[in-house]
Design a protein around this ligand. Sequence first.
Ligand SMILES: Cc1cc2nc3c(=O)[nH]c(=O)nc-3n(C[C@H](O)[C@H](O)[C@H](O)COP(=O)(O)OP(=O)(O)OC[C@H]3O[C@@H](n4cnc5c(N)ncnc54)[C@H](O)[C@@H]3O)c2cc1C
Length: 307
Amino acid sequence: MSGSDGERPWPLVIVGGGPAGMSAALVASQNRVEVLVLERTAGLGGQVRWADAPVPDLLGGSAGDGAELAERFSAHLLGTRARIRAGVGVRAVMADERPLRLVLDTREELSARRVLLATGLDHRRLEVRGEHLANAEEDPRKTLGSLRGKSVIVVGGGDEGASLARDLADADATVTMLVRDKLRARPAFGDPARGHPAVEIREGAVVSEIQGGDALEAVVLTTGERIRAHFCFVRIGAEPALPEIQPPLERLDDGRVRVDEALRTSCRRIFAAGDLVRSPNERYIAVALADGAMVARKVEEDLSAGA
Ligand SMILES: Cc1cc2nc3c(=O)[nH]c(=O)nc-3n(C[C@H](O)[C@H](O)[C@H](O)COP(=O)(O)OP(=O)(O)OC[C@H]3O[C@@H](n4cnc5c(N)ncnc54)[C@H](O)[C@@H]3O)c2cc1C
C-alpha cells in the first residue's frame, strides 16, 4: 500500500476531477495540504466539458464553451502542488479502516486520512442485456458529423432525450425516440422534437435488450419488435456515480449521499461534494466550486487539529 511518501497516507485524496474535486484540490494545495486527485477519464473537467457555449450562468464563464472552461480549470490546477492522476478510477473505499484505504481500478491500493468523493453523476442505466453497446459516443453533440445519415435511437422522453433527438435530427440523422410512457419533456424541449420530420416518437416502447457484436445492431422491445440502428443513446436521467464504499454511506431516498452542513458523510473522515449531494436545482458549476473549496478548508482544520 502506498501513500504520499511510501507508506505514509495521503492527507487528502479526491475522487473525481470535475469542478468540485478540482476546486477542493486547488484550495487544499494552496493551504499546503498534500492532495491527490484521481480521475477515471483521460482528462479533468467532468460534466463541465459538455456545457454549451457560452456557459451563461457562471461568472467569467462566457468566454468559451464547456470544453474550453474545463481546459482553463485544468491548466490552473496543473500549475499547483496538487498531484493529479487521470485515467485511474477508484473502485472502492474502505471506510472503516484507519487510515482510509482506496482500491483503484488497477487494483493498486492507496491510503488517506481524508477522502473527498466528488464523483458527480452518471447516466442512469436501463439495466438490460447488451447495454454496453449503447452510448458509444461520450458526447454525441461533439461528434455530430459522424452521425450524419445514420439511424439513431434515443431512449428516454425527458428534456435531455428530446433535446438530443432534435440536435441529432438537425444534423441529418434519422432519429427514433423510444419513450416508456408518454413524452414528458417540457414544451421548450419536446415541441422541436415532436415537430421534426426526422424524429419518430414511439410512446409506450419499453426496451428489453440491445443486440450487436462489436457494434450495435438493433434495439429490441418487450413486444419482441427489433429496431435496427447504427447508434443508441440512453437518456433516462442521471444517478450518483459512487464507487463501492464499505460499509456503505447513508443515502437519501433519491440516491444522493447524505451529508451534514460541512459536507461530511456518515463516515466523518469522508466528505462528499457537488452533484453527488446536490438536488437537481442546485447542480451548477458555481455550487460545485464552492462545495470543493469548503471541504478543503474543513480537511485542513481536521488535519491541523490532528483529527
Ligand atoms: C450538458 C450539460 C450542461 C451543463 N451546463 C451548465 C451550465 O451552463 N452552467 C452550470 O453552472 N452548470 C452546468 N451543468 C452542470 C455542471 O456541469 C455540474 O453541476 C458540475 O459539473 C458538477 O460538478 P461535480 O464536480 O460535482 O461533478 P462532475 O462534473 O460530474 O465531475 C465528476 C468527475 O468524477 C469522475 N468520476 C466518477 N466516478 C469516478 C471514480 N469512481 N473514480 C474516479 N473518478 C470518477 C468523473 O469522470 C467526473 O470527471 C451542465 C451539465 C451538463 C451535463
